[in-house]
Design a protein. Structure first.
Length: 277
């Protein structure tokens, strides 16, 4: 069978996490070897990554994308329970449900932090990790810390004002991102996600967790964020750096061609020789 003809599987998985019922919207593709598992950022959906199906460099490679609880087409019976630890447990539940023992990880922003915590907890299952501006230090909370700096008891109002603040940001693709945030994430999920992101970034010793990962890792960032204070620390610790030109926090919107090229080059070097692993 031509790998380009492999059909995408769209399905909903019913799982329970900490007693909370979830209906998780997924898209995946079968193929040889361990799949690439993609975790999207806050205010985004699995569709951020679906262009992998059109990338010649990944022809025939299996992958899994899904909407996080409270986002996209995934429903959650109790939005107030959602946090980064909850998202990590969701990832584990989805992987267990689909019978995926080992995998490559790619995560952006919120998804990058979720992926880092998952990789830290289960390093023997992860084959490689691409972190696209996931939180590793307090300075990364330029979005999530607004739950503190612009505190509000009105969840819908906070999300609307958050979207407007991001829309006015001078960073590349901010307006494109902002216009759809309120359609992609439920307001009731925001506080738990943001508060846990801030807490982990401030107190979770994330840099040490990242540098201790025992498999190939890459940190991807937009050219506009090349002043991040910890880039040299990551490089010195053996993490590959990938700067995406003409981009800010959302390279999949600003410069997807360069993003996919760098991910493909990284995977070409980090895939095991045995395709069944």
């Amino acid at each position: 069978m031509d790998p380009d003809d492999v059909e995408l599987i769209n399905e909903h998985l019913e799982v329970r996490v900490d007693g909370v019922s979830l209906d998780v919207a997924t898209t995946r593709r079968h193929g040889e070897g361990a799949p690439i598992v993609f975790l999207h950022g806050f205010g985004s959906t699995k569709e951020d990554y679906l262009d992998i199906a059109h990338q010649a460099s990944f022809a025939g490679h299996p992958f899994l994308v899904y909407d996080a609880p409270g986002c996209g087409e995934t429903s959650c019976a109790d939005l107030s329970r959602i946090s980064i630890p909850f998202l990590v447990k969701t990832a584990r539940a989805v992987l267990e449900r689909l019978g995926i023992p080992r995998f490559h990880l790619v995560g952006h922003s919120m998804g990058g932090l979720t992926a880092l915590m998952l990789a830290h907890q289960e390093p023997d299952r992860v084959l490689s990790f691409v972190d696209i501006e996931g939180n590793v230090a307090p300075e990364d909370c330029f979005l999530s810390r607004q739950i503190v700096t612009h505190a509000s008891d009105d969840a819908e109002g906070f999300l609307a004002e958050f979207s407007e603040r991001v829309r006015r940001s001078p960073s590349s693709s901010s307006a494109l991102y902002a216009v759809s945030v309120r359609h992609k994430v439920r307001a009731g999920a925001v506080r738990g996600i943001f508060e846990s992101m801030v807490d982990l970034s401030d107190h979770g010793d994330l840099m040490a967790k990242f540098l201790a990962l025992p498999f190939p890792s890459m940190f991807m960032y937009g050219e506009e964020n090349s002043s991040l204070s910890y880039l040299k620390t990551l490089a010195a610790g053996g993490v590959e750096l990938a700067e995406i030109p003409h981009s800010g926090h959302w390279p999949m919107y600003s410069h997807p061609v360069a993003m996919w090229e760098r991910i493909a080059a990284f995977h070409a070097l980090s895939r095991p020789l045995n395709p069944q692993i």
